[in-house]
Ligand binder design. Structure first.
Ligand code: DOR
Ligand code: ZN
Length: 345
């Protein structure tokens, strides 16, 4: 039986593209599937000015194969010293679609992130005034807090008070992983939304310890227990426009993942929409995939919905056991294993 699924071309509302040769290696995977992506600014050095974002955007466009169309939507990396004028400049030149808040030390290349959000109040007020979204990596960095509780703790200690102080601030709670985050976003004002990754929909924390330590399943926020995974799936398939697709595809060289101190990040761009299709199908909700993947994010970011489409076919294929990544290799999610859905156009 030929089973196909045609969707309005989706957008990836949370993506790590890196730069240089590494970006060149991964960009076609995303551009084949998505019309646009919200591109994370955690490069070395981070993208902290509107001008840097413009230059990074040019790098991305220059790395795009000539037969592909793709629109990178740039973000700024919030620091203790980001001035309101930088936000205004980002809005004026039309490049900046959001400002990413990494608590300092929370994840990959976050050392220059925010040490205390109170230092950013003036800038947040400017963002609230002009409707610039704050994109939040929601984990506390307090080493006393259990790694599996860091999202919930951030919600209680930082995010809830922030939404009281800045009631009109547009916020995307990125890559949510817990029931508490789902409940918070569901009950919050309409301008507070969340992205959900395919890997957090498909895997629970057992996947990190399946027969041994599995570094390629390690990301931040870390995978959580099954009950949380189920809540994420419910949110994603609910049809609620506050929840939308953001892969958080985060490539690292194999050597950096398979190490005594392995980096956080799961690479999913090679099969991003296929993985979401699998998760939605498992939940009996394939009919809800298009709005989640192609409408809700565009609507939140006040962008026109895409006009063209992509088509997936229900046909099993094997994910390559590794991909090239500049001078290194990259291990994609489900390497050497089969996927049920295949992109055919
Ligand atoms: O797992 C992750 N990888 N989480 C992040 O927040 C950052 C990302 C990366 O850049 O590698
Ligand atoms: Zn990310």
């Amino acid at each position: 039986m030929l089973k196909t699924l045609t969707l309005t071309r989706p957008d990836d509302c949370h993506l790590h593209l890196r730069d240089g040769e590494q970006m060149r290696a991964v960009l076609p995977d995303t551009a084949r599937r998505f019309a646009r992506a919200i591109v994370m600014p955690n490069l070395k050095p981070p993208i902290i000015t509107a001008e840097m974002a413009l230059i990074y955007r040019e790098h991305i466009l220059a790395a795009l194969p000539p037969d592909m169309r793709f629109e990178p939507l740039m973000t700024l990396y919030l620091t203790d010293n980001t001035a309101p004028s930088e936000i205004f400049e980002g809005r004026r030149n039309g490049t900046i679609h959001g400002v990413k808040y990494y608590p300092a030390g929370a994840t990959t290349n976050s050392a220059a992130g925010v040490t205390d959000i109170a230092r950013c109040y003036q800038t947040l007020a400017a963002m609230e005034e002009i409707g610039m979204p704050l994109l939040v990596h929601g984990e506390v960095t307090d080493p006393a807090v259990d790694v599996f509780d860091r999202e919930k703790s951030f919600l209680d200690r930082v995010l809830m008070p922030l939404t009281q102080r800045f009631p009109q601030l547009r916020i995307v709670f990125e890559h949510i992983t817990t029931q508490e985050a789902v409940e918070f976003v569901t009950g919050a004002w309409g301008h507070i939304a969340a992205t959900i990754t395919a890997h957090h929909m498909l895997l629970n924390r057992n996947a990190m310890f399946q027969g041994g330590i599995r570094p390629h399943h390690y990301c931040l926020p870390v995978l959580k227990r099954e009950t949380h995974r189920q809540k994420l799936v419910e949110a994603a398939i609910s049809g609620n426009p506050k929840f939308f697709l953001g892969t958080d595809s985060a490539p690292h060289p194999r050597s950096a993942k398979e190490s005594t101190c392995g980096c956080a990040g799961v690479y999913t761009a090679h099969a991003a929409i296929e993985l979401y299709a699998e998760a939605f199908e498992q939940a009996g909700a394939l009919d809800k995939l298009e709005a989640f993947a192609s409408f809700h994010g565009a609507d939140f970011y006040k962008l026109p919905r895409n006009k063209d489409s992509i088509t997936l076919k229900k046909e099993s294929w094997i994910v390559p056991s590794q991909l090239s990544f500049g001078n290194e290799t990259l291990i994609p999610l489900r390497a050497g294993e089969s996927l049920a859905w295949k992109l055919i156009g």
